[in-house]
Design a protein around this ligand. Structure first.
Ligand code: HEM
Length: 510
């Protein structure tokens, strides 16, 4: 069990320390003129009022007043690091994505690990899925894999995402967490229970980011140079080994060092202990995917590794800490729609919803020019006719025409570029086609529960029932039949726990 506080080495260089003796010259105002005093405001006489003409003071206060940007609506608390991805197995027959090409090819990456429900200052060890987002700065533009540390998700239609997330946040009346909300929702949306079991297993409290796997969760498409399509699930497997915290340790650390994961990642990289993950694909042909016993477009389901084994692709190594947290980690903007030729989204409707949602939230959180920010801009500067808007970086297209086609030059179209998922045959009735809940939805949670060794089954039951007991009895009763449907043993153990423990639910009821 790791110590609750990672020891802070007072000698260790932090990002705010400069090597001894190094100077950065004169202190200047935002507009670049020398600052005469950074200690004393300009006043009319010793005891007189402050002068409006003190630009340095006004600019400093006004800038400070605007230091906060909206935090991410989900995944607000996170830690990030730079590194590289190196191809170790040649899969170029499956995809024309250049960064997945020749063995030995290296691509710079930036990865961010996060919790989901908490605010920017919340505890890193909260029981929660973990975000696992990787930006690949490829020669064909940026490719983002915005995954989680779980191979499935709670809901399978993007219409349900805001509802689900509301249940993970604060009660609208009291502004504190209310277990009624999440259990009420899950009792009505039982396809969530696969992910709920993972959440309340020991994997719900990973011991930092270095000791967890990452998954695309969704199925993606790989497109070869010849236009052939394969379906793939991405698996980043930690080379540090899986390590989880017990519930008790996670809670204790939340109180003593809420930045446990952030510090663990930073310190490991500072001391040269670079974390790495091996990337594998599960690969299916279109025919295999169509014939599979589970819908590969349903993100509440896994594809069994017995049916489709893992194929090694490459290795991701994180070896450089950010120089500035805000500029690099906070302003990082990932999106499943940041893609490159050779990789395309599948028709998983959750993934399709995400293609819209991320750039939309980035325009709100960072502004219309979020892709100009250094952490988000591709290796080669984008060339197009987009202009202006808040916070333009660079030359804004200079004197080049801001329309196309034109007679004066400028960037030209590339007819051979392979569009996202283009050349996919699509036909069907435009309608709201529901995913019906069937017995199939309970197979995989059952298999998961029965795969756990006895001590982990015990932890799962105690973690889950220990939280469910905080909900109203009527909601507890609504959840139990679903747990029985997963596994009779699971249902009865949870029911027993609830019977033995009085309802210690929150004072406020919905
Ligand atoms: C972050 C929406 C499902 C992984 C976010 C953000 C939004 C969002 C709005 C905040 C982004 C920002 O401000 O930078 C949605 C919607 C979903 C969905 C609408 C479903 C329809 C998922 C799923 C996964 C996932 C299924 C994993 C497989 C992440 C990660 C982040 C994130 C890792 C944090 C990225 C970062 O580190 O900046 N999501 N999400 N999300 N989401 Fe989702």
């Amino acid at each position: 069990i790791p110590p609750p506080n990672i020891k802070q080495d007072p000698q260790a260089a932090t990002s705010t320390q400069l090597p001894r003796g190094q100077s950065l010259g004169t202190l200047t105002t935002g507009s670049g003129s020398a600052v005469q005093s950074n200690q004393t405001s300009l006043t009319a006489g010793e005891d007189g009022p402050v002068a409006l003409q003190d630009f340095h003071l006004i600019d400093k206060l006004a800038h400070f007043d605007r230091e906060r940007i909206p935090e991410r609506v989900v995944h607000a608390k996170g830690a990030g690091a730079h590194g590289y991805f190196e191809v170790t197995k040649d899969l170029s027959r499956l995809t024309c994505a250049k960064f997945l090409g020749a063995v030995g090819k290296r691509t710079p990456v930036f990865a961010r690990f996060s919790t989901v429900g908490g605010e920017k200052g919340s505890a890193d060890t909260a029981r929660d899925p973990r975000g696992f987002a990787v930006k690949f700065y490829t020669e064909d533009g940026n490719f983002d894999m915005v995954g989680n540390n779980t191979p499935v998700f709670f809901v399978r239609d993007p219409l349900k995402f805001p509802d689900f997330i509301h249940t993970q946040k604060r009660d609208p009346r009291t502004n504190f967490k209310n277990p009624d909300m999440q259990w009420d929702f899950w009792s009505h949306v039982p396809e969530s229970l696969h992910q709920v079991l993972i959440l309340f297993s020991n994997r719900g409290t990973p011991d930092g980011a270095r000791h967890m796997h990452g998954y695309s969760s969704h199925t993606y498409k790989l497109i070869s140079a010849a236009g052939e399509v394969h379906f793939v699930k991405w698996h980043f497997r930690t080379n540090q080994g899986i390590r989880n915290l017990s519930s008790a340790d996670a809670e204790r650390i939340a109180g003593t060092n809420p930045d446990y994961t952030t510090q663990d990642l930073f310190d490991a990289i500072e001391r040269g202990d670079y974390p790495s993950w091996t990337l594998y694909f599960q690969i299916m042909t279109e025919a295999e995917a169509r014939a599979y016993k589970y819908n590969i477009l349903d993100v509440t389901k896994v594809v069994s590794q017995k049916d489709f084994p893992l194929h090694e692709v490459g290795r991701m190594v994180l070896n450089r800490n950010p120089e500035n947290y805000f500029a690099e980690v906070e302003q990082a903007a990932f999106s499943p729609s940041h893609s490159v030729p050779g990789i395309a989204p599948s028709a998983d409707r959750m993934l399709q919803g995400r293609l819209f949602s991320y750039p939309d939230t980035h325009r709100h959180r960072l502004g219309a020019n979020y892709l100009h920010l250094p952490i988000n801009s591709p290796l080669f500067p984008p060339r197009n006719q987009q202009r202006d808007g808040p916070m333009v970086f660079g030359d804004n297209g200079g004197r080049l025409p801001n329309y196309e086609p034109n007679s004066f030059g400028g960037p030209a179209e590339c007819p051979n570029a392979r569009e996202l998922g283009a050349h996919t045959r699509v036909e069907g009735i435009l309608a709201r086609h529901p995913f019906e809940l069937t017995d199939r939805d309970f197979d995989q949670p059952r298999a998961l529960y029965n795969l756990l060794p006895p001590d982990e089954q015990r932890d799962l039951v105690e973690n889950l029932a220990g939280n469910l007991v905080l909900a109203q009895p009527a909601i507890q009763r609504a959840v139990l039949p679903h747990l029985y449907r997963i596994d009779k043993g699971l249902g009865s153990r949870v029911e027993q726990f609830l019977a033995n423990n009085s309802n210690k639910g929150p004072s406020h009821k919905l």
